[in-house]
Design a protein around this ligand. Sequence first.
Ligand code: GLY
Length: 585
Amino acid sequence: MNSKEIRQKFLDFFMKQGHKVVPSSSLIPDDPSVLLTTAGMQQFKPYYTGEADSIKDFGSFNTVSIQKSMRTSDIDEVGDETHNTFFEMLGNFSFGGYWKKEAIRYAYEFITKEMGLAISYVTVFRGSDIAPKDEESKKIWRLLGVADVREEGINDVFWGPTGNSGPCGPTTEIYCKNGKRRDVEIWNVVFNEFFCDSSRDILLNGGVKLKQLKKKGIDTGMGLERLTMISQNVENIFDIDLFSPIIKKIEELCGKSYEDNAKNFRIIADHMRGSVFLIGDGVLPSNIERGYILRRLLRRSIRYAKLLELPENWHKEIVKTIIENYKEYYPELEQREGEIINAIKEENDKFCKTLERGLKELGKIDAVDAEKAFYIFQTYGFPFEMIGEELKKRKLFIDAKEFQEEFKKHQEKSRAGLEKKFGGHGLIMDTGELKAGSEEEIKKATKFHTATHLMHQALRVVLGEKVRQMGSDINAERLRFDFTFDRKMTPEEIKKVEDLVNEKITENLEVRVEEMPYKKAMESGALAFFKGKYPEIVKVYSVGKFSKEVCGGPHASRTVELGKFKIKKEESSSAGVRRIRAILE
Ligand code: GLY
């Protein structure tokens, strides 16, 4: 079956069982405590907790989707049989509609009857001090005739929560054999029974008590690439029809064979696909957060493109091939093709220039030690293995272990810096945007947050409506704000923005929060940094009549609390993006 047929089969099957098809949400999630969308359930979090009503929004307790997802924790595994960074997740969801018996039966029927595949074995939760053993699922599988049911622990078969809190619960996983007769996990069926008010790290460390959710929910996730691999009976995800046009294009461009260079081809194919989707959802390369993930994907692609000696403008051809492949399902990619190609070209040019300068620097060195190599690595952003290769070419020796040690030292130093900054006791608030280490710091960061909203609006008044928020980072000392704008601001413009913000502070405006469906928020003209997705209740913060933004808070209650606003620095953050640092005096 080709991937197109599989997509349709999945949606049709669950539609027939009373599920409403919901489009994929953006790779940029609404939840500010997570950087990227990593699972289909993320856009549905409020339906599990009861904050939103699925009957009202979808006319059903049950939904089905194919979700754009990205996980970078296994980036170094990409190139093997089963790992991707970007992938599409097939998922069926229920918010109080059905429970284990139906969920397992649907999964069983879809795999064995609709797809005609054999289940190799399944896993269930063996129980731990936070939740009991999942006897019920074991029985259901046995009744369906699946004999090999294996018990696993909390690290493997207990899902969630994503972000700082959320639904969680035991899971059952389905394994099938690939073309090499190896077992591959393809489907994760989650039973969301609990609510966890902390992050997964804290949950795994035994630091929380779970609360029962009022309504139990089902959340499932199956990688489209892996399912297609099993269905097409191949041994590698890169051998499926979603990747073969990209692989063919790389072959055509470099004139080298895939067989001889498989890993390099796969890394380029995976990373370029992920980059296209990230830029398609509004991410641009930078040194922080999502932008940094994108930069990493792109720079790794560029590095492997160099190894394969791909011609100049290689990226353009590959981007076009990827978009051609996906535009039917994700029309935003075709709409943004020009933007995507430009962003990648700029990053390519920037990185190539940096590499050139670095190579010159390397050329000046004749006796190399780990410290010097590390210096070059750090200054010019060189991938480690590339330094190694260049040195080998010049017949210079470098000790990999020493280099790794330098690298570790560097990591420890930056960690220590962070700890020092937050009083050595970790962060007690980290929304992704706001970071604070004590109650006192939370108070200060909260004021900066309100100042950020005022400044965002002031920038739009002074520079025009093309100003769009690209990132924000707030601590107890300052705010930092990235926005789209194509040139340096003049001193007059900076002064105007400062004056306008201070004027609004003196007016002592009230900060109000209202909850409403996302659609209504958009219609009311509220600004939203995170991009739209299917209807859902959002918080909208207004500062007087001056500013209105979709935002998770927290905020000051009146502007006079803020003090005097001052811009300390305005600089370039990345291509087409400016960065402002500002303080409150
Ligand atoms: N939320 C289930 C999964 O991503 O596997």
